[in-house]
Design a protein around this ligand. Sequence first.
Ligand SMILES: Cc1cc2nc3c(=O)[nH]c(=O)nc-3n(C[C@H](O)[C@H](O)[C@H](O)COP(=O)(O)OP(=O)(O)OC[C@H]3O[C@@H](n4cnc5c(N)ncnc54)[C@H](O)[C@@H]3O)c2cc1C
Length: 334
Amino acid sequence: MPDPKSNPPTHHSIDILIIGAGLSGLSAAIDLQQAGHNVMLVDKGRGLGGRLAGRRIGEASFDHGAQFMTARAPRFQQTVAEWIEAGVAEEWYSSYPGHQNGHPRYRGVPTMTAIAKHLATDLNILRKVRVVEIAQDNNQWLATLDNGESISAKSMIITSPIPQTLDLLATGNIQIPTDKLARLQRIEYEACIAVMAVLESPSNIPAPGATVIEDSPVAWISDNQQKGVSKIPAVTIHGSGTFSAKYFDADPMTVGQQLIDAALPLLGSSVTQYQVHGWRYSKPTVVDPESCMLLTEGTDLPPLALAGDAFNGPKVEGAVSSGWAAAAVLGGLI
Ligand SMILES: Cc1cc2nc3c(=O)[nH]c(=O)nc-3n(C[C@H](O)[C@H](O)[C@H](O)COP(=O)(O)OP(=O)(O)OC[C@H]3O[C@@H](n4cnc5c(N)ncnc54)[C@H](O)[C@@H]3O)c2cc1C
C-alpha cells in the first residue's frame, strides 16, 4: 500500500466526465471527443460495454447480456454499417421459426463486446474503478473513485441504470428538480437471470440458433456455437422477467438448474458445467420519452446530463442514440 503522504492519489482534471463505458457512454464520448472536448470515461466493470457482456468457461464462449441489435433510425443504420465494415458486426438473422419478422438482427463479431472494444479504441477510459461519490466543487463536478483517485470535470454524463444513478446523486446531496425526479421515478426495469451452460454435444436449437419460448420460465435461448461465438457447444438461457424477479435473490445455481430443466427439450444434450449471472436492471420496461435528461437545466449547477437505454428506447439502439443526444446537449453548453 503506497504511503498517501509521499504518493498522493492521482487527481484528474478534464472537461467532461462520463460515468459508464456501456454503449451510451461510449457513443457520447466519441461525439464529444470529435468535437474537441477532453473526455474521460470511468467504468466499474472488468470488460467494456456494460450490458453487452461476454464470458468464457474453458473453451466455451458466451454472449450473456444483449444478444443482438436492430437498427431503425438512419444514423444508427449507418453506424451499424460502419461496424460491419470494420469487421466487428454482421447480420445474424431476420426471422426464426414461428416468428417471421423482416427486421435484420445484427450481432457482434466474434462476440457482442467486440463492438464496445471497437468504439473504445481512441477513448480515455479508467476501468475497474467505481465512482462512489459525486459532489459540486467550485463550479465543477468532483467524482471520488473507489481506488482513492478523484476527477474534476466541467460537466458530466451519468449512464448507469436510473436507480443506481439516483443513489449516486444522493451521495453528493444533489437536488433534483421535482418534475425531473418524478420522470426518473417512473422508469422501471425487469430483471434477467442468465445461465451460461456448456453442452456435451451440439444443441437441438433450430437454425439460426436462437428462439423465444412463450409461457415458460425461459424467455430466450441461444446457441453460441451456431451463432459463431463459441468453438464448442454452449447455450445462453435467459429467464423470463417474472421468473427472474421471483428468484433473483435465491441460490443462483439452484435457479440456474431450474432454467436448464425448463430448456431441456431444446438442449438435446447434457450440461457439463454452467454459471449464472443476475442482471438486476436488464432492460427498462418503462422508459422516459425524451432521448436524455439535462438534470441541471435552469439551475446554477455545472451541466449534468443523464443518458442510457432508459431514455427514448429500451435497447442497444436506444442506448446509442441517448448517448448521442446527451453529447449534443452538453456540447452546446460548454
Ligand atoms: C440479459 C440482457 C439481454 C438483452 N438483450 C438485448 C437484445 O437482444 N437486444 C438489444 O438491443 N438490447 C438488449 N439488451 C439491452 C441492452 O444491453 C442495453 O439496452 C444496452 O446495452 C444499455 O446500454 P447503456 O449504455 O444504457 O447501459 P450499460 O450497458 O448498463 O452501461 C452502464 C455502465 O455504467 C457502469 N457503471 C454503473 N455505475 C457505475 C459507477 N458508479 N462507477 C463506474 N461505472 C459505473 C456499468 O459498469 C456499465 O458498464 C439486453 C440486456 C440484458 C441485460
